[in-house]
Ligand binder design. Structure first.
Ligand code: F6R
Length: 606
């Protein structure tokens, strides 16, 4: 949600800020702005994309200190005025902010009563006025920011500059990420390492409640009570090349196509052919502890939650431990009973999703044992959990999740194998799963090879206003993820139902205008699924079937046949054609595939 970039050093800040904002645009893209300090603050901000901002930033926009922002509107419509940075009335202080200030209304009313005139409708602007009032009382910028934040209720990642201190930026974090980048006699900060890796791979993640002062020759960090904190820099594995489209038309297609490699990386060094087990050292748990859990509870949001449903299925089948998945947002608000015999698993690609992080914090507070399945190394959720599995899928830039989804499902297969083999999963079944996992990358290559045919099918079905997705048991989370991908990037309405539920209501929707994508793996439920197809066709509904073989009778209008793996692992492969289908439908409909409307890549607000 929203992106922040900050720079202080000997170079001109503006090109660095614009380049960084471009890299962060996937996090929010309804307006953008920059401010540099050079004998006063110079601001440019526009409604629209970073490319629109670049057009209004003059070549002579000089100054070695600056902050920039790309916005995803929360308070106030997207507009030039509501775009960040926001300035104090005397134009001395500039602030960019990610997150939501919950008591902004109250603070605004007080400031207005004192005669402050607001320029925008945003919650952020209160920060600029409050910090300006504090520096007017001769506080240093860091003290002014620290004291101001004490009156703030809500979440923030902020960067602040003061026209009268042209050599420093102050940043702070509470619930919305801020990462410092350490350069050679220059310092950077951003809300995501994506904006930093072109300049440095030495980074420092701020914790909630922490602040930092950046100067060209270094930085120091401190807590909200002004105590200095000690930070160890981390080296980021990802470089700028990971953030390019690599010759693909869209990031989404690149990320779909990368899945053979990304999932190989998720498995790398973790499969043991001798004992047919998975090595997951990051869980920080010995065999005795691992055996002790009586339930597994998985939490995540959106597609992460659907991959959690695949995970729950895998764990129940392979480890025979009762498991279920729940949206993290629901979980955290229902005052959950936290059980010492349950293993809690939090899933997040970004590691920053606020609802998932808040659910983890709630679990930790109640003494729950939580592990994470996370892509972004060093992210807030990764730091909060007791242990976990990193996906190593590389940065996912397109807003719609694809490679992180399949890598998470693979991570769950590893976890299920691990939990299963310390319990009753036989070596023979362990071997079957290890061999199945090894086959996945090659089988994904084969599915990707059907891209052109899937593009034709997507073109055929995309003009329909609505589509139904159905699947049974293992196929149901696949159907949910397929519907999610289609609706978020093509804006075609899509509903997912368990195939068994169709006749309990939604069958009424079926007719010539509502085609169905049916997930029909070759498993013990094949006949039941084929019966459902017959029911749909009898009501005049078209069927696009995704499965392992053509049905004998004419039960589907179109069939995408994919390679067969072990039944427990088939859901991972069944997802791939649905990703391609959604991608090509979105392209056929002329959508902005990588940046769908109203969405942002990582949702760091409630
Ligand atoms: C859908 C999608 C979202 C995310 C969700 C959680 O394509 O990308 O539904 O899966 O917002 O994000 P993370 O995994 O970063 O916690």
């Amino acid at each position: 949600m929203c992106g922040i970039v900050a720079y202080v050093g000997p170079k001109d800040a503006a090109p660095i800020l614009l380049e960084g904002l471009q890299r962060l645009e996937y996090r929010g893209y309804d307006s953008a702005g920059v401010v540099v300090s050079n004998k006063g603050l110079k601001v440019r901000k526009v409604k629209g994309r970073v490319a629109d901002l670049a057009k209004v930033v003059p070549v002579r926009f000089k100054g070695g200190l600056g902050i920039g922002h790309t916005r995803w509107a929360t308070h106030g419509v997207p507009s030039d005025v509501n775009a960040h940075p926001h300035l104090s009335a005397d134009e001395r202080i500039a602030v960019v902010h990610n997150g939501i200030i919950e008591n902004a209304g109250e603070l605004r009313a007080k400031l207005e009563a004192d005669g402050v005139v607001f320029a925008s409708e945003t919650d952020t602007e209160v920060l600029a006025h409050l910090i300006a009032a504090a520096v007017d009382e001769n506080e240093s910028l860091e003290e002014a920011v620290r004291k101001t934040l004490k009156s703030i209720v809500g979440t923030y990642g902020i960067a602040v500059i003061d026209a009268e201190r042209p050599g420093e930026v102050v940043v702070a974090r509470n619930g919305s990420p801020i990462v410092l980048g350490i350069g050679e006699k220059e310092m950077f900060a951003a809300s995501d390492v994506a904006a930093l890796v072109r300049y440095t791979r030495q980074v420092v993640h701020l914790e909630d409640g922490e602040l930092a002062v950046l100067k060209a020759d270094g930085f120091h960090t401190f807590a909200s009570d002004a105590r200095e904190t000690a930070k160890e820099p981390l080296t980021v594995d990802w470089d700028a090349g990971h953030y390019d489209t690599g010759g693909y038309e869209h990031y989404l297609l690149k990320e779909i196509s990368e899945q053979p490699e990304t999932m190989t990386r998720t498995m790398s060094g973790r499969l043991d052919e001798r004992f047919h087990v998975a090595h997951l050292g990051g869980l920080n748990m010995d065999a005795r502890e691992t055996r002790g859990f009586r339930r597994v509870k998985i939490i995540g949001c959106g597609s992460a939650y659907y991959s959690g449903q695949i995970g729950a299925q895998l764990i129940e089948e392979l480890a025979r431990i009762p498991s279920d998945a729940e949206p993290a947002s629901e979980f955290r608000y229902r005052n959950p009973v936290v059980d010492p015999d349950t293993l809690y698993v939090a899933i997040s690609q970004s590691g920053e999703t606020y609802d998932t992080l808040a659910a983890v914090q709630e679990l930790k507070r109640k003494g729950g044992r939580v592990i994470g399945i996370v892509n972004a190394v060093g992210s807030a959720i990764a730091r909060e959990v007791d242990g976990g599995i990193y996906l190593h899928a590389g940065p996912e830039v397109s807003v719609a999740s694809t490679k992180a989804f399949t890598s998470t499902s693979v991570a769950f297969a590893l976890l299920a194998l691990h939990l299963g083999r310390v319990r009753d999963l036989s070596p023979a079944d362990g071997r079957r799963i290890v061999e199945g996992l090894r086959k996945l990358p090659g089988q994904i290559e084969q599915i990707l090879g059907q891209g052109e045919r899937i593009a034709e099918l997507a073109k055929k079905y995309a003009p329909h206003p609505s589509m139904m997705f159905v699947g049974r048991v293992r196929g149901y989370p696949v159907a949910r993820e397929g519907a999610q991908k289609l609706k978020e990037i093509s804006y075609v309405h899509a509903e997912a139902y368990p195939a068994s539920e169709l006749k309990h209501g939604p069958l009424a929707l079926i007719g010539p205008d509502m085609p169905t994508v049916a997930i029909v793996p070759d498993d013990e439920l094949l006949d039941k699924n084929l019966t459902t197809l017959g029911e749909i066709r009898a009501r005049g509904g078209q069927v696009l079937m995704v499965g392992h073989r053509e049905p004998d009778a004419k039960l589907a209008d179109d069939v995408i046949v994919i390679p067969k793996n072990e039944i427990e692992l088939d859901p991972i492969l069944l997802t791939i054609p649905l990703q391609l289908f959604a991608y090509h439908a979105a392209v056929a409909l002329g959508r902005d595939v990588d940046k769908p409307r109203n969405l942002a890549k990582s949702v760091t607000v409630e």
